[in-house]
Write a protein that binds this ligand. Structure first.
Ligand SMILES: Nc1ncnc2c1ncn2[C@@H]1O[C@H](COP(=O)(O)OP(=O)(O)O)[C@@H](O)[C@H]1O
Ligand SMILES: [Mg+2]
Length: 290
C-alpha cells in the first residue's frame, strides 16, 4: 500500500484503485487506471471532456461496472457491493434533487433509509423497554428525530437554515448545489466524490463554493475526489492532481510538482500552458521564467 509522507506524518490509502478497465461499444474509455486516494486528501481528477472522468467516478461508487480491476477500501474489494454499502457519497453537476421535496426533505430522505440509524433507534427502544420506562417512543419516531437533527446540522453547515421549507425551483443554482452537498454530508460518508459540482454555477458563486468546499472538507474530516476540466479549480483546491487524457493517467502529483515538472507534452500543453495563459490574461504578464 502506498504511503504518502506529508510534513512528517504518514497517511494511508483510503481507497486503492487497481487497474480499472472499461470499454463502451468496443471503445476503450478507461485504459487500466491505478492510483491511491489517501486518507483526508483532496484529490482532483483533471482532464478534458470525454476523457473518462465521470465513468471512473460512476465505477467507484457502483453506478457502473468495470470490465476488470479492483477497488480496495478498508482492505477489501468493494466492487460487488451496492452503492449504498460503499460508504461513499456523490455530488453531481446537475444537483439531482427531488423537485417535489423541500430542502429539509431532500436532505432527510436518504437518512431515513440508513441502516445504522434504524439499528440505533431499535437499540434505544429496547433499552428503554428493558428499563421499564412507561412512555417509550416508536422506532419510527426516533429515526425521524435523528434524521432531522443530522439533516439540520448539515444544512446549517452550508448556510441554508433559513431556506429549509423551500423547494429546489425556488432556489438559485448555488443554493441547490449546497442542498446536494448537505444531503451527501449528512449521510456521513468517509469519501465524497464530486463530479464537476461547481462548473454550472456563475463566476461569483463558483468562487464562493470553491472556498467553501475546502472548509467543509476540513470540518467534516472527509476524503474528497473531485472531478474537473478546469485547471485553476484543480490547482486551487487540491492536495494532489491526477491529470487524465483519453482514459490514461498522464501524471499524479501535487500542484507544485505538476507545474514545475510536467511529466509529458500533454501535461505541458493542457495544464501548464493553460494556467500560464490564464495568469497572463489576468496580470498582463506571466511570472514564469521562460
Ligand atoms: N453509457 C455509455 N455508453 C456509451 N458510451 C459512453 C457511456 N458513458 C460514457 N461513454 C463514453 O465514454 C467516454 C468518456 O465519457 P465520460 O466518462 O463521461 O467523460 P468525462 O466525464 O471525462 O467527460 C466518452 O467518449 C463517452 O461518450
Ligand atoms: Mg463528465
Amino acid at each position: 500500500m502506498e504511503v504518502l509522507k506529508t510534513e512528517g506524518t504518514e497517511r494511508k490509502a483510503k481507497l486503492s484503485i487497481k487497474n480499472i478497465v472499461k470499454e463502451f461499444d468496443k471503445k476503450m474509455v478507461l485504459n487500466g487506471i491505478s492510483f491511491d486516494l489517501m486518507e483526508g486528501e483532496f484529490l482532483s481528477v483533471l482532464g478534458p471532456s470525454g476523457c473518462g472522468k465521470t465513468t471512473l467516478l460512476r465505477i467507484l461508487i457502483g453506478l457502473e461496472k468495470a470490465d476488470s480491476g479492483e477497488i480496495i477500501k478498508g482492505g477489501k474489494d468493494i466492487s460487488s457491493l451496492s452503492s449504498f454499502d460503499r460508504g461513499m457519497g456523490i455530488v453531481f453537476q446537475n444537483y439531482a434533487l427531488f423537485p417535489n421535496m423541500t430542502v429539509l426533505q431532500n436532505v432527510e430522505y436518504a437518512l431515513t433509509l440508513k441502516k445504522d440509524i434504524k439499528e440505533e433507534a431499535k437499540k434505544t427502544v429496547a433499552e428503554k423497554k428493558a428499563a421499564g420506562e412507561k412512555k417509550v417512543p416508536s422506532v419510527r419516531k426516533l429515526v425521524k428525530e435523528r434524521a432531522r437533527a443530522l439533516a439540520m446540522h448539515a444544512i446549517e453547515s452550508v448556510g441554508l437554515e433559513d431556506q429549509i421549507n423551500k423547494r429546489p425551483s425556488q432556489l438559485s443554482g448555488g443554493q441547490q448545489q449546497r442542498v446536494a452537498i448537505a444531503r451527501t454530508l449528512a449521510t456521513n460518508p468517509d469519501i465524497i466524490l464530486l463530479d464537476e459540482p461547481i462548473s454550472a454555477l456563475d463566476l461569483t458563486n463558483r468562487e464562493i463554493m470553491k472556498a467553501e468546499l475546502k472548509t467543509l472538507q476540513k470540518k467534516f474530516n472527509v476524503t474528497m475526489l473531485f472531478i474537473t476540466h478546469d485547471q485553476e479549480e484543480a490547482f486551487f483546491l487540491s492536495d494532489r492532481i491526477m491529470v487524465m487524457h483519453e482514459g490514461n493517467i498522464e501524471q499524479l502529483d501535487t500542484p507544485a510538482g505538476i507545474y514545475s515538472n510536467p511529466a509529458s507534452d500533454y501535461v505541458k500543453e493542457f495544464v501548464v500552458a493553460q494556467l500560464d495563459k490564464k495568469y497572463e490574461d489576468l496580470l498582463g504578464y506571466t511570472g514564469r521564467a521562460k
